[in-house]
Design a protein around this ligand. Structure first.
Ligand SMILES: Cc1cc2nc3c(=O)[nH]c(=O)nc-3n(C[C@H](O)[C@H](O)[C@H](O)COP(=O)(O)OP(=O)(O)OC[C@H]3O[C@@H](n4cnc5c(N)ncnc54)[C@H](O)[C@@H]3O)c2cc1C
Length: 474
């Protein structure tokens, strides 16, 4: 019978002694598929795909990340990263070294400067709560369980986005371990190219160990949800697209058609029901105006209305994304201006007659999202008006039915698609064309050149990959 060291040598070209040496240098656990803890350590929120690395390093801090990257490069292995496992981007690691950052949970709020330094493994809920006690709010998204670093460096489309822009537009500094094993503190002045690329290019240039982000002076929102029965979907969606197009930058909103399962965890009015859910996040110095702005939607007579003055530490209740791990498949595209014809095309494929149950959401963009960041970054597609995102849970339908249903939905809105996508909403697509579509063409070229300078061997390729520019082009 072969030993674990021999099996590793067969699979990876190195044996148990190399792993033992790594274990001595690393504070956190170093695991192989033979270790009992391996399955727990590689599991994340998205259970449809899971990493199966040859070596898994549970990083206790930046020094462990450096050791793991140096080890991987020395043995010619690619590096993948997992914070919370909400993303499991393009490629679930098969072989290679997976660095799990979930033990790196430090947050330091500087209320006077209006900033927070956040370590790689931190989820939004921790920052939301620590910032709220100082009357501040981060640019978090719909689900507080998502990881801060990956969300932010992927762009980060949040509940305050139309007022303040992408989360990536409000990053002050990034600590990152690059492929040469160096831990760099990257700012706009220290390494302008890398700083530009990391904010939007996310995981292609190294393993980020911490970021410094801006917090906004937002103690409360006027926010929550309006729920309508699917029978009034046409009227609600038509009104929503007209209404949203006229909203000030302070209003960030989205609408979703949701087929709820008949599950006991859900409140009875939603259980097994097809609904339209309008999500409201109004943030302004005077929240009083929010009520008037929401009035045209309220006039459509929602069966449930949770929109109210909302302390910032309750923002997770606006979308109420399920906090528990699950298996899902999704599809996305960015859209231009929409009208009644677009709504009709969508509604033909959603609701009770849809071939598979799904959540189909339109997030309203524009406002500050449409303008470049004060310090330019790689986040692209700022001209889009809406983001379409479709999510289906694999417990409720077969993948063989889900994929064609998603394709039909994307086909139905193709006349309004800009052809672009938002990086944080890509899920599972491996094609480099998908990744390219997240960027403006000149920015994509610049990203490939910066990649060639910092990661010429494409060590960081188990992700939504930006390959290095061919030699001579960088
Ligand atoms: C329920 C739900 C709600 C969401 N809501 C929003 C939303 O409102 N707005 C929005 O913009 N996005 C949203 N997203 C998408 C989310 O921002 C991305 O999936 C993000 O990549 C998740 O990061 P994570 O660390 O939680 O997940 P992980 O799966 O751990 O990470 C995703 C990828 O990010 C990279 N990565 C993680 N940590 C690091 C690091 N320290 N250094 C370098 N690379 C790293 C890795 O390549 C990894 O594969 C949502 C996702 C879900 C599942």
């Amino acid at each position: 019978m072969s030993t674990s060291g021999e099996r590793n040598r067969e699979a990876t070209g190195f044996g148990g002694e190399a792993i033992e040496a790594l274990r001595k240098r690393v504070r956190g656990p170093v695991l192989t598929p033979d270790d009992e803890q391996y399955d727990t350590e590689r599991s994340g929120n998205q259970t449809a795909r899971s990493h199966r690395p040859a070596i898994l390093v549970g990083a206790g801090g930046p020094a462990d990340v450096q050791q793991a990257v140096v080890f991987a490069v020395r043995h010619g292995l690619p590096v993948a990263v997992q914070g919370t496992g909400h993303g499991l981007a393009a490629v679930a690691a098969e072989g290679g070294v997976l660095i799990n950052t979930s033990r790196m949970t430090g947050v330091r709020v500087n209320a006077e400067a209006g900033t927070a330094w956040v370590a790689a493994g931190v989820r939004w809920d921790q920052v939301i709560h620590e910032a709220a006690s100082a009357g501040l709010a981060p640019l978090a998204g719909s689900a507080p369980g998502v990881g801060v670093v990956s969300y932010t460096l992927g762009g980060g489309l949040g509940l305050l986005s139309r007022r303040y822009g992408y989360a990536a537009d409000h990053v002050r500094g990034i600590d990152v371990v690059t492929a040469d094993g160096r831990l760099r503190q990257v700012t706009a002045t220290s390494d302008p190219d890398l700083f530009w690329a990391l904010r939007g290019g996310r995981d292609n240039f190294g393993v980020v160990t911490g970021i410094e982000i801006d917090l906004m002076p937002v103690p409360a929102l006027y926010g929550g949800g309006l729920f309508f029965d699917f029978s009034s979907a046409r009227e609600v969606l038509d009104t929503y697209v007209r209404w949203s197009a006229g909203m000030p930058d302070e209003m960030t909103s989205s609408v979703a058609v949701i087929s709820f399962p008949d599950a006991p965890v859900l409140p009875p009015p939603l259980r097994g029901r097809h609904v339209v859910h309008v999500r409201i996040a109004y943030s302004a110095d005077d929240l009083g105006a929010g009520k008037d702005l929401v009035a045209p939607l309220r006039a459509l007579d929602p069966f449930n209305d949770t929109v109210r003055e909302l302390p910032c530490n309750e923002v997770g209740t606006i979308h109420n994304d399920p906090p528990v791990p699950g298996a899902f498949e999704s599809a996305t595209t960015l859209l231009g201006e929409l009208g009644s014809d677009a709504v009709g095309s969508l509604l033909d494929l959603v609701g009770p007659h849809a071939p598979v149950p799904h959540v189909v959401e339109l997030r309203h963009l524009g406002g500050r999202l449409a303008r470049p960041a004060d310090i330019a970054n790689a986040v692209g597609n700022r001209d889009a008006h809406y983001l379409l995102n479709v999510v289906s849970r694999l417990e409720r339908a077969d993948i063989g039915d889900i994929r064609p249903a998603h394709e039909r939905l994307l086909g139905a809105v193709a006349p309004w698609s800009t052809g672009g996508r938002a990086l944080t909403f890509l899920n599972g697509e491996r094609d480099t064309e998908y990744v390219r579509s997240a960027y403006d063409p000149a920015d994509y070229r610049r990203l490939t050149e910066i990649k060639a300078a910092y990661d010429p061997e494409n060590t960081f390729r188990l992700n939504h990959n930006i390959p290095p520019a061919a030699p001579g082009r960088a």
